[in-house]
Design a protein around this ligand. Structure first.
Ligand SMILES: [Fe+2]
Ligand SMILES: [Fe+2]
Length: 196
């Protein structure tokens, strides 16, 4: 057994081999590292944070890595807040869809998607250094097909939004985060399309 760590959410997966996606945040295989090589993006020093860190050298550890303590740009902050909002909405919506599911498979699938989206929200709060806000209840259809279509619509919106955020990100690690998230949401579209 080995410990693998996701560069995006920082969670550890214990198993015989590397999973093809992070079981917690859904990041693709290339973001999953064997334990000793892992340095999750939330734990990394980034160019955008260097100025603050230079003034705060005592926080640097011997390896030159530092606690994530620098400032993020206004654009990145605004985009992370929009991400947080969207991910919490998706979490709530997918829990509603899980409650309406006609089969155990669909119920379990939506519960997993809800957890993945919550994980995305939590990553955003860690970058923003804020508490997780409360989650409002969302309504959804009694009809599974309508819920599948709404899921695809939401995931398509998220994919495009995050691809755009990745392009404009000023912080290198926030760019990596949005690149990974855009891929995860794109994978969610492929998942739902299997059911149509
Ligand atoms: Fe997400
Ligand atoms: Fe998603």
């Amino acid at each position: 057994m080995k410990t693998y760590i996701c560069q995006i959410c920082g969670d550890a997966y214990i198993g015989e081999g590397k999973p093809t996606e992070c079981p917690f945040c859904g990041a693709r295989e290339n973001f999953i590292k064997i334990g000793k090589e892992a340095l999750p993006i939330l734990n990394q020093e980034t160019p955008a944070r260097n100025a603050t860190l230079a003034r705060n050298a005592s926080h640097n550890d011997a390896s030159g890595h530092s606690v994530a303590g620098g400032k993020i740009s206004e654009t990145d902050k605004k985009n992370l807040l929009e991400t947080l909002d969207l991910e919490l909405k998706a979490n709530s919506l997918y829990l509603c869809m899980a409650s309406k599911a006609k089969s155990y498979e669909i119920k379990a699938m939506y519960k997993r998607l809800a957890k993945v989206e919550l994980e995305h929200a939590i990553i955003a709060t860690k970058f923003l250094k804020i508490e997780r806000p409360g989650i409002d209840a969302e309504s959804c259809s009694e009809e599974e097909i309508e819920n599948f279509n709404k899921t695809i619509e939401l995931e398509d919106h998220a994919t495009k939004l995050y691809a755009g955020f990745a392009k404009t990100a000023e912080d290198r690690n926030i760019k990596i985060l949005f690149t990974a998230l855009a891929q995860v949401e794109e994978d969610h579209i492929k998942l739902i399309k299997n059911y149509l």
